[in-house]
Design a protein around this ligand. Structure first.
Ligand SMILES: NC(=O)c1ccc[n+]([C@@H]2O[C@H](COP(=O)([O-])OP(=O)(O)OC[C@H]3O[C@@H](n4cnc5c(N)ncnc54)[C@H](O)[C@@H]3O)[C@@H](O)[C@H]2O)c1
Length: 347
């Protein structure tokens, strides 16, 4: 049976990606109600996707017969809405970052555990087919000892009057909190926990209070080094969203796999004797092989993974521990930038 989902904050990413993908592709999830503070948005989204109920009230949404709630409102609202949903006995998938501060996220996690409810954080890029292939290759040891990694997510985001993302007290930060968090999440998934960070955050171009430029150096528990780059001031057309991972026996170079589409381009280099990748391959001039895989919808997969967990299946890749960890690394990076020093990340 499909898990019945309510959506809080229906007009942004929910309308563009999550709801359409769930409606078209999800096998274990269905959306029964949408809520938005903007009544017109709630009504339009419900009508466009044939969702039976819409409202402007969180209380009314939580009173409907939904078992789980997807929270895609602006970041400042996540903490209260997660608490309200969990207190109403609903399982929760909350958009990244899960809260404004680590302490808030810890409270939400504790509440979910107390109530025996499932809680996930929407790091849907873990479901990209290329990222899953990288994870498999790392687990098989194909790259040898991992020593270096880099993840980039950039776009052009000009000043917009009233935009919550451009105010620290509403979004929790700028390019780093909003986009760098995905890069940090992927690198922690591939290389393990980050031990310490050092970061630059600056406003180089745009005249809003949060940073439009962030570069973070990471040192992982296993000693490997990493770089995360998040910028709000590079034209979308110029953004390559590069992902690179290097080990003693091999490496991968991806472009545009970090993003919302679920596809991208991937090349893999493996030293002689390492098991190659099984999918379609074309050898490039420098010894890298191009790997081509069929993209799958990211948002439908994250909903279905949560729905399966709710129905007794295994813990998904995007469980709450991942969201809490992420916020700890992001917070450490902001502290590093503010105090101009290396900052350790608590376990
Ligand atoms: N995983 C991803 O691919 C991805 C992409 C974009 C955004 N996000 C995350 O999704 C969340 C929303 O971002 P967005 O870009 O969709 O924002 P947005 O501003 O485009 O849309 C937010 C929607 O929430 C509504 N809203 C505002 N305040 C609300 C409240 N208190 N309660 C309920 N609804 C409210 C707005 O009317 C709007 O329809 C953020 O956490 C963001 O980081 C994730």
């Amino acid at each position: 049976m499909k898990i019945r989902w309510g959506v809080i904050g229906a007009g942004g990413i929910a309308r563009r990606r999550s709801i359409p993908e769930v409606v078209q592709h999800a096998e274990e999830s269905t959306i029964v109600s949408v809520m938005d503070t903007d009544g017109k948005t709630a009504q339009e989204v419900a009508q466009s996707f044939a969702i039976p109920h819409f409202t402007t009230s969180v209380t009314e949404l939580l009173a409907t017969y939904c078992e789980a709630v997807y929270i895609a409102s602006p970041v400042f609202a996540h903490y209260e809405q997660c608490r309200a949903a969990l207190q109403a006995g609903k399982h929760v998938l909350v958009e990244k970052p899960m809260a404004m501060k680590v302490e808030e996220a810890e409270e939400i996690v504790a509440l979910a555990e107390q109530r025996g409810l499932k809680l996930g954080v929407a790091f849907m890029m873990r479901y990209n087919v290329y990222h899953q292939a990288i994870k498999n290759m790392i687990e098989r040891g194909s790259f040898g000892t991992l020593v270096s990694a880099r993840a980039q997510l950039t776009c052009f985001y000009p000043p917009l009057p009233g935009a919550w993302r451009q105010k620290r007290e509403l979004g929790g930060g700028g390019a780093l909190a909003d986009m760098g968090c995905h890069c940090i999440d992927l690198l922690e998934w591939f290389l393990g926990e980050v031990k310490e960070v050092v970061a630059f955050t600056h406003s180089l171009v745009h005249d809003y209070e949060v940073e439009d430029s962030a570069t973070v150096l990471l040192r992982f528990q296993n000693g490997a080094h990493g770089i995360v780059e998040a910028f709000f001031n590079i034209p979308d057309e110029a953004s390559r969203n590069v992902l690179e991972i290097y080990g003693t026996n091999g490496a991968t170079l991806c472009r545009r796999t970090i993003g919302q589409d679920g596809g991208g381009e991937m090349e893999v280099f493996l030293r002689e004797g390492e098991r190659g990748y099984d999918a379609a391959q074309v050898r490039t001039v420098d010894g890298y092989q191009r790997v081509t895989l069929e993209p799958k919808p990211l948002y439908a997969q994250e909903f279905d993974a949560m729905s399966a967990w709710i129905q007794g299946g295994e813990k998904p890749l995007i469980h709450y521990g991942v969201g809490l960890r992420n916020l700890k690394v992001v917070e450490a990076a902001y502290l590093s930038a503010a105090q101009k020093r290396f900052v350790g990340v608590a376990g």
